[in-house]
Design a protein around this ligand. Structure first.
Ligand code: GLY
Length: 313
């Protein structure tokens, strides 16, 4: 029995493991774990307190996938409901569909008794307003005084390692069933309606009980263009270890990065991290560049381990 999560999901991985110890399924575990992070107002990239889109509206994406049934559920651009992951689970369990988006997702959540609330915390609102005033020198807004605490770009440069972006959690029980979940508020100040990789089965997460699971955080467009999580699982099916499969997919993504996504050395500038759990219980975390961490929970407790970077810097 084991669970893993992105570094900002230590509490999620621990909760997933404890849920399985108490008799819950891996799906119960990952949903319970990710829900805790969705509640955290200090996590600026997930759930309540997530940074909004360019209009100042928080739009959440999430998906779950259950290896036992090989079914998935997802919601995209969900507004006003802080827990997209349990809503995604209900899409999987109650409907014949895989994904609901926007107003349909919101109505589905409310019909299931989820509370509607304002997800924009005061901190997130101030960061958004600061961004809006500084985004251009040719609009009607005067620049505000420099304030590193409100500058989301600087904030993420300085704090990304601690605050992270998006949560992924996977879990395997003692019978070999695997489930996973990914949840996000998406890129900060994104275009209204932009949907990232997190709710896309195959891109932001994928599981096949016969092989293992993978989920990612980081630049969603790159993960979507390469169907990153599916690609990792398929490489493992062909015999790669979790580490080999993860690094091969990151290399592939790096090699096909768009011109505007490359630094002076031609490497991808964006970050993408993949968290992999094989059906034999092996795990790996890989990142474009280090240091990044993966949370791992097993009978020895919950610990953070270093991911393997594609680029040593
Ligand atoms: N990986 C999260 C996003 O791009 O929205």
């Amino acid at each position: 029995m084991k669970s893993i999560a992105s570094h900002n999901g230590k509490v999620a991985s621990d909760q997933a493991f404890q849920t399985m110890v108490a008799g819950g399924s891996p799906l119960d575990g990952v949903v319970a774990g990710v829900t805790l992070v969705e509640d955290d107002p200090n996590e600026l990239t997930v759930g309540y307190g997530g940074l909004p889109n360019e209009d100042g509206v928080v739009q959440l994406d999430a998906a779950v996938m259950d290896g036992a049934s090989h079914r998935g559920g997802a919601v995209a651009a969900l507004e006003g409901v802080r827990h997209p992951t349990p809503v995604a689970r209900l899409v999987m369990e109650q409907t014949r569909r895989v994904m609901l988006a926007g107003e349909g997702a919101r109505r589905f959540a409310l019909a299931n008794g989820f509370a509607e609330e304002n997800l924009l915390t005061e901190k997130a609102r101030r960061m958004w307003h600061y961004w809006r005033r500084r985004r251009s020198g040719i609009d009607d807004w005067r620049d505000p005084p420099a304030d590193d605490d409100l500058d989301a770009h600087k904030y993420f440069q300085q704090e990304f390692y601690k605050t992270g972006g998006t949560i992924h959690c996977s879990a395997i029980d003692s019978t070999g069933n695997i489930a996973c979940a990914t949840s996000t508020s998406g890129h900060s100040f994104k275009l209204c309606g932009r949907v990232g990789d997190s709710p896309i089965i195959g891109a932001g997460l994928y599981v096949d009980n016969d092989v293992g699971s993978c989920g990612g955080i980081g630049h969603g467009e790159a993960a979507m263009r390469h169907v990153a999580s599916f690609a990792v699982v398929e490489l493992m099916r062909q015999g790669r270890s979790p580490l080999e499969a993860g690094l091969e997919v990151l290399q592939r993504i790096n090699d096909k990065a768009l011109p505007e996504e490359r630094d002076e050395q031609g490497r991808a500038k964006f970050e993408l991290q993949l968290f992999i759990l094989a059906s034999d219980g092996q795990h790996a975390g890989v990142a474009m560049r280090g240091p990044k961490e993966i949370a791992v929970s097993d009978a020895g407790g919950t610990n953070l381990e270093l991911c393997t970077p594609l680029w040593e810097e």
